[in-house]
Design a protein around this ligand. Structure first.
Ligand SMILES: Cc1cc2nc3c(=O)[nH]c(=O)nc-3n(C[C@H](O)[C@H](O)[C@H](O)COP(=O)(O)OP(=O)(O)OC[C@H]3O[C@@H](n4cnc5c(N)ncnc54)[C@H](O)[C@@H]3O)c2cc1C
Length: 291
């Protein structure tokens, strides 16, 4: 299939990208192109213009300050996997990025493209929820001022292919706070054998203080229309000693409140089962890391 015709722009600054975005209401931002271009070839997306943000300096870096990470939206999976800062401060994120697709996709696909696309089977949204990340969206006002707002991961993933980003905003940075002492996080997924997209993926993060679980965040992807938190599982972990009984009880409720996808890859019933199984694996691994 061949995409419909479109204009192509490659701005070198975020300001000119934002101007192009507001001047071209039917334009699409182009990051790694590994979700957008296939959709255009299938004519599921027919933008009048593509605004390639790959030439803008400063969007593909990882900086670390006291364990907190600031990751530019154009940072590729490969760069995340290779980043010593990510591996030191958020190893679960590097491990999840390494499980995305194949080397070709990991070399081109970006964290910003993945999060902005909000594919229900994407891996990284679950990590953003578990690691309590913030997405920074930049926009330009009528008087030309560029401003930015931070959107919590809890508010960012709204529905199938839908995020809290406004049409005139560009996701420019992802902020991951430093993990508290005694924290551990992990990601476990059942991958589609062909694409490696998550049929179900679960990211878990726990913090242990004086032998008791003081905080827990669990993000589930692939199960429902968009990534979401397993709140009942989290409440069952907090206050426990993260013993096997508490972990089993928490994992058994990981599917609560999720309207399961039912498609050619897995039935709703099977996805519910997988959600509990992969929650168990992710929580156990996170607890082991938290010590
Ligand atoms: C064969 C194959 C296998 C795959 N397997 C997996 C997998 O196992 N796990 C997984 O998670 N993903 C998988 N993917 C998806 C892949 O990770 C995509 O690259 C990713 O989802 C989108 O990132 P991108 O940089 O390519 O974005 P693009 O395709 O360029 O853009 C995607 C969408 O996001 C918008 N967008 C991009 N950047 C921004 C921004 N900064 N601000 C606002 N909007 C923006 C675009 O306008 C577009 O609508 C796979 C893709 C392919 C082709």
């Amino acid at each position: 299939m061949v995409a419909a015709t479109f204009d192509y722009y490659a701005p070198s600054t975020i300001g000119s990208a934002l101007t192009l975005l507001s001047d071209n209401p039917n334009a699409k931002l182009l990051a790694g192109g590994h979700s957008l271009i296939p959709m255009m070839k299938l004519r599921l997306a027919e933008p009048d213009a593509l605004i390639d943000i790959g030439k803008i300096e400063g969007l593909s870096s990882v900086t670390e300050s006291r364990g907190a990470l600031a990751i530019g939206s154009m940072t590729t999976y490969f760069d995340i996997i290779s980043s010593e800062a990510v591996r030191a401060s958020a190893p679960a994120l590097a491990e999840a990025a390494a499980q995305v697709a194949d080397p070709q996709v990991r070399n081109m696909g970006t964290i910003g493209g993945s999060l902005a696309h909000s594919d229900p089977a994407a891996d990284l949204p679950a990590l953003m929820l578990a690691l309590d990340a913030e997405m920074v969206a930049s926009s330009r006002s009528e008087d030309g001022q560029i401003s930015a707002r931070a959107i919590s991961a809890d508010d960012f993933f709204v529905d199938l292919f839908t995020t809290a980003l406004a049409a005139d905003e560009i996701l420019t940075e992802i902020r991951i706070p430093a993990a508290a002492a005694g924290s551990g996080a992990a990601y476990a997924k059942m991958a589609n054998k062909a694409s490696h997209f998550a049929i179900v993926g679960v990211a878990a993060s726990v913090t242990v203080e004086n032998g008791t679980c003081a905080a827990a965040r669990i993000g589930v992807t692939g199960a429902g229309s968009s990534a979401s938190r397993a709140s009942e599982s989290e409440s069952r972990l907090v206050g426990s000693s993260l013993d096997e009984g508490a972990i089993l009880s928490a994992a058994g409720h990981a599917a609560d409140g999720i309207e399961m996808n039912d498609d050619i890859h897995a039935s709703a019933e099977y996805r519910e089962h997988l959600t509990k199984v992969f929650a168990l694996r992710a929580i156990r691994a996170a607890a082991a890391r938290a010590g």
